[in-house]
Design a protein around this ligand. Structure first.
Ligand code: FAD
Length: 315
């Protein structure tokens, strides 16, 4: 079997935690794994990737044109690697959603995205109907371009580092140019890979009260999420939104507070192992879905939880 090419994800000079999960997914296809680290000034990232268990070789593509995961140069780079790979696997994240379909179009094949399980080289599981069902898809194509949901796979461990090999980068066509990156500064863990997520909804009623949720998340070392209603009302920034049109999370523990649990929100959090809901309405869909549901006023429950975790931390 030909080797599998995995696209490493990295940001601000650091390998993202999702890359180790993509490597695990690739091991389920079979064949050796080559990990492509593409970017500008990525020597340290490539070295960070070299010990990932299961990786046979790290390919380092270092060029100014590849800065900020610019889509067209990245696709041109992968194409330049030729037919050496039957399977090209990346993440179904902001970069992957851009790169993978474009690459697949260039190769004249159908990409398979949002994969949550790999059953073989051409059998993949992915959610359908906004996460309310899963389909097993057989993709009988000669080559496969695959996008995985990182949170659905465990991270690969580490072993003796493999060699890092520099690969030539094709000349950039100059039509795409990086201008600026506007970053959200946050101290909280990454939503996509967090083990604990605390999410808030319209029930908070104001931006000022939503801060309570952030305090609770801080006590728990959790990532903060929100519903679209909370984001639209300005309680939380856009990149905290969980759901069909937001982020997908699959933590060990999800705590949803003041959230009704609309299907579009559920689409982003059904993968959580344990679901806790706090709502004053016991008929809310999230309360019915939850493993643990607490019916009550969040303005009492959240301060009580903050105080309890504060006390517990001091013990
Ligand atoms: P509500 O439905 O208004 O629920 C608020 C809840 O808070 C209620 O259950 C209420 O009982 C409870 N509450 C109120 N006060 C208190 C209190 N004091 N104590 C305890 N509980 C209280 N939504 C998403 O979240 N993510 C998406 O990605 C997304 N994508 C969408 C895409 C499309 C195409 C469409 C049409 C909609 C999408 N939505 C999405 C919106 C979704 O349909 C819901 O409108 C939204 O999820 C509701 O958010 P909410 O639960 O915060 O608000």
């Amino acid at each position: 079997m030909m080797p599998v090419l995995v696209l490493a994800s990295h940001d601000a000079g650091k390998l993202s935690a999702s890359t180790a999960r993509a490597v695990t997914a690739a091991t389920q296809i079979g064949g050796a794994i080559h990990l492509l680290v593409a970017g500008s000034g990525i020597t340290a990232v490539a070295d960070e990737a070299a010990p990932l268990a299961g990786v046979a070789k790290v390919l380092a593509a270092d060029a100014e044109s590849l800065a900020q995961a610019a889509t067209a140069p990245l696709v041109a780079l992968i194409e330049s690697l030729g037919d050496a790979y039957t399977h090209i696997l990346g993440l179904s994240d902001a970069v992957g959603r851009d790169v993978l379909p474009r690459l697949a179009a260039r190769l004249d094949i159908q990409p398979v995205t949002d994969i949550t399980a790999i059953l073989g080289p051409d059998r993949f599981v992915r959610p359908v109907y906004a996460g309310n069902g899963f389909e097993t898809l057989v993709s009988p194509q000669v080559r496969q371009v695959l996008g995985i949901r990182a949170a659905a796979f465990a991270p690969a461990g580490e072993e003796t580092p493999v060699t890092v090999e520099a690969v030539p980068v094709p000349e950039a066509d100059g039509r795409v140019r990086f201008i600026a990156a506007h970053r959200t500064q946050t101290e909280t863990p990454d939503l996509g890979t967090a083990r604990v997520v605390v999410a808030g909804g319209a029930g908070f009623g104001s931006r000022e009260d939503f801060v309570m949720l952030e305090t609770l998340a801080g006590r728990l070392g959790a990532a903060v999420g929100a519903t679209r209603a909370a984001v639209d009302a300005g309680y939380a920034p856009n990149d905290w939104q969980i759901g069909q049109t937001g982020k997908m999370v699959a933590p060990d523990l999800y705590i949803g507070i003041g959230i009704s649990g609309a299907l579009q929100h559920q689409a982003g959090m059904l993968g959580a192992k344990t679901i806790v809901a706090i709502n004053k309405d016991e008929e809310a869909p999230l309360m019915k879905l939850a493993d643990y549901a607490y019916r009550g006023d969040l303005f009492e429950a959240v301060p009580a939880l903050i105080a309890a975790f504060e006390k517990w931390r001091r013990v």
